[in-house]
Design a protein around this ligand. Structure first.
Ligand code: FAD
Length: 470
């Protein structure tokens, strides 16, 4: 009997006859090593990830997802689930196993009367913005238009509307989910509410979501954009941003960072989005715009979908990436010094450090109300090493790690799930006090850990025998 490069989790190749039987009833495309499409299909946003799956199953709909999940389970395969392919840790692709690829499952359906939006699992952020904007609506998602809605939302999802309207997962009304047994469920406030709790920030541990139902908000034109300063103003800008944000209204989400200009000149930056009355926005932003001597103040009214693309060019496809993050308890002088000192040492003009304060609507939801626990009013420091020459990888990874280590004495122990790499301690830190409940939920919905390539929660040894636990 012929076996293939598709390997079982406990070793041994899957028989060709089993793969042929699977393909027979699968409506989408299946791609294997040696196929012309293979190298393109296994590529993801982060070029540092070079994995060779045994089979890529490009699903056309929920029935394909069910078929792929059942096949993976029967054959004991390592499973990767791909949405937008933007997970920096490369969790959308695996070696030797199966990639259940949802990227072709496009579709965004707006109900303007109810202000709801149904989004299929392969949609990217910009595809949602394009449809909702037609109706003067927006769903709170992220900040880069090519990121996948699925991975971003399941990990929480912070973006330009986080302070006004909450996280992406806070605006989720329900999901269609394929479980590890291949069952199709609706998870919402009434149906499987515990599963719904876990999907809002639990990061893909509990099943494959085939579509999301979101609440949308009337957001059409925002006052937003970037202000760029010479790097030598960063030391003063960071505390100014901290103090300014202490009294900023929810309408304003603003980040502050150290980046480089397109020509490589080191710079400091404020990125801001005011989602409210533009005249009031001008008044609110005025003190921020008064600071220092900027190179450029490009804050202006713009359609929300344009705001959502301002950071796109800073994260081109095919670069090498390594990201770290930490929440710091306060943005005091010592932390500012650490950020500036290390930021000035970044060896690549594409690398950056971003300081982000959430709070607002996201902070008024209790940490235990959804799986997303990191709702405290602390500053999130995102460290993104990004470079173009693979021979330099060690140097850039080292820079990101050194900065993360230097922040440790000031860190809360919490992490932003969506920016996590492989560190299991950081996964626990990200889930915080919700970890035990997530482990029970994992035992209930995925006791064999079929869905393991995610910020993984180990199934609790015994599922909680509670009638409310559905
Ligand atoms: P993929 O790489 O396709 O999938 C990642 C993982 O998500 C999968 O391995 C799986 O575990 C899970 N998953 C994906 N789809 C499904 C599904 N349908 N069902 C179950 N599990 C699934 N995050 C923010 O919160 N805010 C931001 O502003 C932001 N900006 C970013 C900008 C860039 C340039 C990048 C690279 C990332 C950014 N992120 C941001 C992080 C991003 O949200 C996460 O990396 C997220 O995982 C990407 O989702 P994806 O669908 O593209 O991921």
């Amino acid at each position: 009997m012929r076996t293939s490069t598709l390997k079982r989790r406990n070793g041994g190749g899957v028989e060709e006859s089993a793969i042929a039987a699977f393909r027979d009833g699968f409506a989408g495309q299946t791609i294997r090593p040696g196929d012309a499409a293979y190298d393109t299909a296994r590529r993801i946003w982060n070029a540092s990830i070079d994995r060779r799956p045994g089979l890529i199953a490009r699903c056309t709909g929920t029935a394909d997802v069910v078929r792929a999940v059942r096949f993976a389970r029967e054959q004991n395969l390592l499973v990767a689930v791909r949405g937008g392919g933007h997970n920096v840790g490369g969790r959308a692709v695996c070696d030797d196993g199966i990639v259940i690829d949802l990227s072709g499952m496009k579709g965004v359906f707006v109900d303007p009367a109810r202000r709801t939006v149904r989004v299929r699992a392969g949609a990217l952020l910009g595809e949602v913005d394009r449809e909702t904007h037609l109706h003067g609506l927006a769903v709170p998602l992220g900040t880069v238009s090519r990121t996948g809605v699925a991975g971003l939302t399941l990990g929480g999802g912070v973006g330009w509307l986080v302070r006004k309207h909450g996280l992406a997962c806070d605006n989720l009304l329900g999901c269609e989910v394929v479980t590890a047994t291949g069952e199709v469920l609706t998870a919402d406030a009434e149906s499987h509410p515990n599963l719904f709790w876990g999907l809002r920030g639990g990061g893909g541990n509990f099943g494959i979501v085939t579509s999301f139902l979101f609440r949308a908000h009337p957001v059409s034109t925002v006052l937003g954009g970037l202000i760029l300063y010479p790097r030598d103003q960063a030391r003063a800008l960071l505390p100014y941003y901290r103090d300014f944000m202490a009294t900023a209204p929810d309408e304003l989400t603003a980040y502050c960072g150290l980046i480089a200009q397109p020509d490589g000149t080191p710079a400091a930056l404020i990125g801001a989005c005011y989602a409210g009355d533009p005249a009031e926005g001008e008044r609110v932003l005025e003190p921020l715009r008064r600071f220092g001597r900027p190179f450029l103040d490009a804050i202006q009214p713009m359609p929300f979908p344009i705001m959502q693309t301002l950071a796109d060019e800073a994260f081109p496809d095919g670069t090498y990436n390594y990201w770290k993050s930490a929440f710091v308890t306060a943005l005091g002088d010592v932390v500012v010094d650490v950020l500036v000192e290390h930021g000035n040492r970044a060896g690549s003009p594409l690398s950056g450090v971003m300081v982000e304060l959430y709070g607002g609507a996201a902070g008024r939801i209790a940490p235990e109300a959804t799986a997303f626990a990191q709702r405290q009013a602390q500053f999130m420091i995102g460290i993104s090493a990004q470079w173009t020459d693979p021979a330099e990888s060690e140097r850039h990874v080292g820079w990101a790690r050194d900065l993360a280590d230097a922040l440790q004495p000031h860190a809360s122990g919490g992490y932003l799930l969506n920016f996590l790499g492989e560190d299991p301690q950081a996964v626990r830190g990200a889930f915080g006090s919700n970890y035990a409940r997530l482990a029970r939920l994992k035992a209930r919905y995925d006791p064999t850990n079929l869905f393991s390539l995610n910020p993984n929660v180990a199934p609790a040894r015994e599922a909680e025998p509670s009638p409310a636990f559905s």
